[in-house]
Structures are given as C-alpha cells and as structure tokens.
Design a protein around this ligand. Structure first.
Ligand code: FPP
Length: 258
C-alpha cells in the first residue's frame, strides 16, 4: 500500500513528543542531509549565506536534542566533494563558517561529552580549518557521549574507493589474502570504521535522494523526508522522525517479527 512520503510534525510541545519516544528502541545512528539553506534564505529575499548562518543555529539545537535522546552517533552532511562546484564566494563563506562554528562551539561540545569526528578528504580543506579540525578531534577523542560526525569534503563513492585502495595495498604487500576480504574489512576502512551502521536518514527540504551520502553505512537504514528547510527544522521534527522510525517494521531482508 502506498504510504505518504513526507513526515509531518504533530503540534505538540517538544516534551510531549520526547516523552512518547521508547528509549529502548532508539535508532543508534542518525544521519542528516541538512538541505534547503539556500531556498530558505531566497524565500525571504535574503542572500543564500543567511540561510547557511541560520543552518548553524539549527545544527546546534539538533545536536542538543541528540544528546538529550542519548543516540550513539549523529552524522551530518555539511559539504560534499561535489559542493566545490558552487560559486567561490559561497564556498569560502562555508569554510569560514565551519571554522567559526568549531571555534565557538568546541568548549560546549567538550563539556557535553561529545566526541567529534570529521569524515572526508580533510587534507584538501583550508589549512586553518584543517588545524582546528585536528585539535577538536584530539581534544574530544576520549569523550564517551554522542559521537558527532561532520561530513566535510565527503563523498560516499570516494570513501568506498579509498577503503578498497587501502585493502588492495594490503593484498599487494601480502598482508591480506584476497580470500579473506570481508564486508567487515571494507567497513573498517571507511571513515566511520568501528561505528554502528546508520538506522535512520533524515533529509530536509523536499528532495528524495541520497546525494552520495553514507551509501554503504545506510544499506538498511529507514528514511524520513520532510519539506521543511533545514533552518526551520526543530527538535520537534527530530523527535517526530524518531517516533516514526519506531513505527517502522524493519526486516533486514527477513520476515516480520510482528
Ligand atoms: C544545504 O543547503 C546545506 C549545505 C550545503 C551545507 C551547509 C550546512 C550548514 C551551514 C549547516 C551547519 C553546518 C556546520 C558543520 C556548521 P543548500 O545550500 O544546498 O540549500 P538549497 O538546496 O536550498 O540551495
């Protein structure tokens, strides 16, 4: 039977929605495609950059909501390997915004016991941002709360290719027989190596695609789409997505347990 594609958020307070969530059946890994910053700004007659700035405020609120829920991993898509095609000015603005975000938020994230990790070709980023990323990762690496992954200069096919190259080199060096290559080894050599697979993918702003994001990790993920643009996405939307996830029948290729 055809079900509605876009999630809607019930008009209840955050506390109501949060209280309805079954803590025993939380998605362990939630991944978000934060789309629609540009459209949000343009709808208001503003420059696209205003949308990105507003998007940072939303990200802060959603990270807090993930901490409150105690999800294991939250991964957000901040900049793809394809986003370099945008006008120089917008790219420069985004790089500066990521740096500013880290500088401003790192103390609070550390206090909140968040472990931050960046996924992607980080050595191609501006040097100052790269340095800040390394500091933030080192500083929070022993934290035991939410694992917060920020995908920057990230592409899933690129990540899988990189994993294959690492494994091929081990085969060439005669450290790994071809017959011993397993899904687990491919998984371990992704940026997310050692982390749990994605349970729930949320995409804002109405588009229904994956955009080269966590293709391997999200093989059995549930999807939650909303027409809401990222700057308008609220903790209520986030809790509603989790509630809807808890009503899905996940079979992983097997038969329903219901
Ligand atoms: C999508 O909007 C968003 C991005 C390209 C990523 C930028 C994300 C943020 C600034 C949020 C905060 C992130 C961090 C890490 C601080 P879009 O420009 O694609 O919107 P459009 O589809 O309406 O053009």
């Amino acid at each position: 039977m055809w079900k509605k594609i876009f999630g809607t958020v019930k008009k209840e307070t955050s506390t109501d929605l949060y209280d309805q969530i079954d803590q025993k059946r939380l998605p362990a890994h939630i991944a978000i495609i934060m789309d629609g910053n540009g459209r949000w700004a343009q709808n208001k007659g503003l420059m696209r950059t205003f949308g990105h700035k507003a998007g940072v405020d939303t990200l802060k609120k959603i990270l807090k909501a993930a901490i409150k829920l105690n999800v294991k991993v939250l991964t957000v898509y901040a900049f793809s390997t394809e986003n370099w095609k945008r006008p120089h000015k917008e790219v420069d603005f985004l790089m500066a915004l990521f740096a500013e975000y880290l500088e401003r938020e790192i103390n609070e994230m550390d206090e909140d016991n968040v472990k931050i990790q960046f996924l992607g070709r980080l050595d191609e980023l501006p040097t100052t941002l790269y340095g800040q990323i390394e500091n933030a990762q080192t500083r929070t690496k022993s934290n035991t709360g939410v694992q917060f992954n920020v995908a920057v200069n990230y592409g899933s096919r690129d990540e899988i290719t990189r994993s294959v190259k690492i494994i091929a080199q081990k085969v060439l060096d005669q450290k790994l027989p071809v017959t011993e290559i397993t899904e687990e080894i491919i998984d371990d050599n992704l940026y997310t190596g050692g982390q749990v697979p994605v349970d729930l993918v949320i995409r804002t702003s109405g588009d229904l695609r994956m955009s080269n994001f966590l293709l391997w990790q999200a093989a059995y993920a549930e999807f939650w789409f909303t027409k809401v643009n990222w700057p308008d996405f609220t903790p209520d939307c986030f809790f509603q997505a989790v509630l809807d996830f808890q009503n899905r029948d996940r079979r992983f290729g097997g038969l329903s347990e219901k």
